[in-house]
Ligand binder design. Structure first.
Ligand code: SF4
Length: 259
């Protein structure tokens, strides 16, 4: 059956990333960030499946940040979480008004919105005694972020699978980093998740991200391995062949720049 096959593949993808980056530890209490989008529903459902298979106990708490968007159908989400038996909390903070007042009309609000959301989730995890925060970023998010940083910010950077926050208080994990977005979309359809679009705020789309998505799609038409190669590149750095002075010199300590 398609759903079973897809779920097995998704769990295998998660298993690979989780093994390589040591995402889970015995006794973890994990805040699973659930926005209402397809990725976060998939994350929550798949982590529950994974938790059943791990050789040690971990527990999950689904947390939704209610941001004050007019018309957000919070009851749909709350009812679904309750009916599916997920331990959950709804945290209400009106970031919508803050973002609206700070970002000029016609500009994308997503980056400020995401920063605020992250800070609130960090604090919520601490208050609830949860030691990790799971986010639903997937493989396409990682390669788009890599390309955005390369093309628009002049740095080689994507997103880590496991990261301790700057202040050292939280550990953020991204179990879906090895998962294709198209698989998550299909999984959400097959499972019938009540997906809520993330555009109720009326934010303009991020034009740079849109452009990068288009580029990757174009390149993929010419070479179907492009996405896979971009993702593989994130795990195969050759720092000695870059120009960052902190990696100057080869492993033996000689100056690699001298022939
Ligand atoms: S679309 Fe709206 S709710 Fe979603 S991240 Fe952007 S600003 Fe925030």
């Amino acid at each position: 059956m398609e759903l079973d096959r897809l779920e097995r593949r998704l769990l295998a993808d998660i298993g690979r990333v989780s093994k390589a980056h040591h995402l889970f530890d015995p006794g973890d209490r994990i805040l699973v960030a659930v926005s209402g989008g397809k990725d976060s529903f998939g994350l929550l459902w798949l982590l529950r499946r994974l938790a059943e298979r791990l050789p040690f106990d971990v527990s999950l708490v689904a947390v939704h940040l209610e941001q004050g968007h007019p018309g957000f159908p919070i009851d749909v989400l709350r009812d679904w979480l309750a009916s599916e038996g997920f331990e959950h909390r709804i945290v209400s903070v009106d970031t919508y008004s803050i973002v609206k007042s700070k970002v000029p009309e016609g500009h994308t609000m997503c980056s400020l919105c995401s920063r605020l959301r992250r800070g609130i989730l960090y604090n919520a995890a601490l208050e609830m005694g949860l030691n990790k925060i799971a986010l639903g970023h997937h493989k396409d998010d990682a390669i788009e972020t890599l390309m955005l940083n390369l093309l628009y910010a002049g740095r080689i950077k994507a997103m880590p699978a496991r990261l301790r926050s700057d202040d050292g208080r939280n550990v953020v994990i991204r179990p879906l980093l090895g998962v294709d977005e198209s698989d998550l979309a299909r999984y959400a359809e097959l499972r019938g998740f009540p997906v809520i679009p993330c555009d109720l705020c009326g934010s303009q789309e991020d034009l740079q991200r849109k452009a990068v998505k288009r580029m990757i799609a174009e390149w993929t038409k010419a070479n179907r391995h492009v996405r896979g190669n971009l993702f593989a590149a994130l795990g195969h750095l050759v720092p000695s062949h870059l120009l960052d002075p902190q990696f100057a010199g080869d492993a033996s300590g000689r100056d690699a720049s001298v022939p």
